[in-house]
Ligand binder design. Structure first.
Ligand SMILES: Cc1cc2nc3c(=O)[nH]c(=O)nc-3n(C[C@H](O)[C@H](O)[C@H](O)COP(=O)(O)O)c2cc1C
Length: 347
């Protein structure tokens, strides 16, 4: 069974991918989307979205990262995919799930689910432009307004050459409103011969179990649940499916503190100082769903404006201090951190 880490524009960038893949458990991650619209994107554009491309297309912990493309012109998508392929990504993923009005207005993302024939042409053009060994996957919702054409869309993508389909079990109209309709993933999986991955509303190991039972598929992609619970994939892999007891949560929180410190340091390196507190608050806000320690910390920093103020609060809560301007690390340097010690303390 596979566990995948979802693409999430504006939330799960290379910085958070590096952090969330450290505890382990993911087979691959998918980058945020690169929007393809009429031009051939320069290499630096792909590298900005997926800096992992410079590190064998892996996160520092070694998890492969596929790069996602979003667009509607088959030839332009193919040309850009061929250009991206030269950077040797771990795979290319096509986005047919984005519900954002600006994206949809330009005929990108979920709105194309009304045009299965176009999905086929995009997948076929991209597949033909790629070396055969480079995995091509696609991520779709169930439809625009209703799921009536979900199986047809999946067939179009598979016939076109997508070798793995991730199905976010909601329509564009559903947005992110619960529930996710996992039973529709089963219908899609019945219609195609390629592996289908279920996605949507998996926050806990119990959700994962139910999602697999209802959808009938073995593989699951985790999105917000992975951000809110960085040990979720690892716990699932270890077969620890019961909700963690309070002591286990506390131990996990202790193991998260160095990860938070690393995250803060990476954020400091990557984003402008005025945006850095927002990034830290954003992650803590989701962590607060599961960790009382995160709730307390979030309550303390939510009104703070500067990174120095946030840093002082983090230090008081046990987050290890970083260096004010940490040097850029050589690719793979994070691998040398003693993961086993970190994770044993969380188990
Ligand atoms: C903030 C945010 C950004 C997202 N960005 C992308 C994206 O760039 N590409 C994509 O295919 N899906 C994107 N998604 C959808 C997620 O990958 C996932 O399908 C969705 O969140 C449902 O899974 P979940 O309930 O486990 O979070 C995004 C979702 C969120 C919440």
């Amino acid at each position: 069974m596979r566990l995948l880490l979802a693409p999430m524009e504006g939330l799960l960038d290379d910085v958070l991918r590096a952090t969330l893949t450290r505890p382990g458990g993911y087979d691959h991650a998918v980058s945020e989307f690169a929007r393809v619209s009429g031009t051939l994107l320069p290499d630096r554009f792909f590298r900005r979205i997926a800096p992992e491309l410079d590190c064998d297309s892996r996160t520092a912990a070694g998890t492969p990262v596929r790069v996602q493309l979003l667009g509607s012109d088959p030839q332009c998508m193919a040309d850009n995919a061929a250009r991206l392929a030269r950077l040797r990504p771990a795979g290319i993923d096509l986005n047919f799930g984005c519900p954002a009005p600006t994206v949809n207005r330009h005929r990108g993302g979920a709105v194309l689910l009304d045009e299965p024939e176009l999905l086929f042409r995009i997948a076929r053009a991209v597949a033909a432009a790629l070396p055969p060994e480079l995995p091509l996957s696609a991520k779709m919702r169930l439809g625009v307004r209703d799921p009536a054409r979900a199986a047809e869309c999946a067939q179009a993508l598979a016939d076109g050459g997508a070798r793995l389909l991730v199905v976010h079990a909601r329509t564009k109209l559903d947005g992110y409103r619960p529930p996710a309709h996992w039973e529709w993933v089963a219908r899609v999986a019945d219609a195609v011969a390629v592996p289908v991955v279920a996605n949507g509303e998996v926050w806990t190991a119990a959700d994962w179990t139910r999602c697999r039972a209802v959808s009938g598929v073995a593989d699951v992609m985790l999105g917000r649940g992975a951000v809110a619970d960085p040990f979720l994939a690892r716990r699932i892999r270890a077969g620890r499916l019961a909700p963690p007891a309070a002591e286990e949560r506390d131990a996990e929180w202790c193991a998260l503190l160095p990860l938070l410190g690393e995250f803060r340091d990476r954020v400091r390196r990557k984003v402008e100082a005025r945006h850095a507190p927002g990034r830290i608050k954003q992650w803590l806000h989701l962590l607060a769903r599961n960790y009382p320690g995160a709730q307390r910390l979030f309550a303390e920093i939510r009104g703070l404006r500067t990174l120095d103020e946030v840093d002082r609060a983090l230090a008081l809560h046990g987050v290890p201090a970083g260096t004010p301007n940490p040097p850029a690390r050589a690719p793979g340097a994070w691998d040398r951190v003693d993961d086993d010690a970190l994770l044993e303390s969380a188990a």
